[in-house]
Design a protein around this ligand. Structure first.
Ligand SMILES: [Zn+2]
Length: 255
């Protein structure tokens, strides 16, 4: 009953943000973890965690696809404000490698450097890391292992052949509505232990209805599908995945 990964600060929610949070509460969600992936969104993200204390929690980073937009100095300035606001953050991310968006070797190298900077920040702040990885799963794993990162939440995990390794390392994965469209993700859910799965939406994106804006309540649909795929009760998925998330992020809430 926790949306472990969404983007409440996105412009798609302008004017309806409060309604979206209200709807999530009304439909029985216990909390939402929103991910600030761009420095320009930090203020709004922090405001949301203040306004909805103990319901909206936040992680923050520079998303790997924005690698070309920031100098090292910009990154440092942003990281300084994350350090200053560390009490308002439950994790660092999403960070990682995105070789689908970024093709040039030069920029991929910079992306990896930025990824490593995020890992060091997470270590310094003693917070979990949220991973975004596209077309770069093996290198992402290698990097995480090199730095011996323990608390890893791999958002929208999609590398079936590497699932055993990820779970074996004690890391968590999260699943969203893509499970309705992708056989690969169904296979991942079949194999992964429920104790290692969190529910997410990556909203406002990934609505199952074409042209509509997704929101955190679609974790219900995700839980329904996981229950069907794993042949267990909806309630078991709903509660176990919620507990996994609350424990992983040490959320100060009662479930
Ligand atoms: Zn995301």
């Amino acid at each position: 009953m926790i949306d472990s990964h969404c983007h409440l600060e996105q412009k798609e929610y302008s004017g309806v943000r409060e309604k979206i949070v209200f709807k999530a509460k009304k439909e029985g969600l216990k909390s939402i973890i929103t991910c600030c992936a761009h420095p320009k969104d930090l203020n709004l993200t922090l405001k949301l965690t203040e306004k909805h204390k103990f319901f909206v929690f936040a992680t923050a980073s520079i998303h790997p696809e924005f690698i070309k937009d920031f100098s090292e100095e910009d990154v440092q300035t942003y990281f300084n404000s994350l350090i200053k606001n560390k009490k308002s953050l439950v994790g660092v991310g999403e960070t990682g490698l995105d070789y689908w968006w970024i093709k040039e070797t030069k920029w991929r190298k910079k992306q990896k450097k930025l990824f490593i900077k995020h890992l060091k920040l997470a270590e310094k702040l003693n917070k979990p890391v949220v991973i975004h990885s596209r077309e770069a799963s093996e290198e992402t794993i290698q990097t995480l292992e090199t730095f011996n990162v323990k608390k890893v939440h791999w958002h929208m995990f999609s590398a079936y052949n590497l699932l055993k390794k990820v779970v074996g390392n004690g890391w968590y994965i999260s699943v969203n509505t893509i499970i309705y469209k992708s056989k690969k993700h169904v296979e991942i859910v079949k194999e992964a232990p429920l104790e290692k799965i969190m529910l997410e939406t990556d909203s406002p994106w990934l609505s199952l209805e074409k042209g509509k804006i997704n929101d955190s309540t679609s974790i219900k649909l995700v839980a329904e599908k996981i229950a069907q795929v794993k042949n267990v009760d909806f309630e078991e998925v709903w509660h176990t995945c919620g507990r996994n998330t609350a424990k992983f992020y040490s959320l100060p809430i009662h479930l």
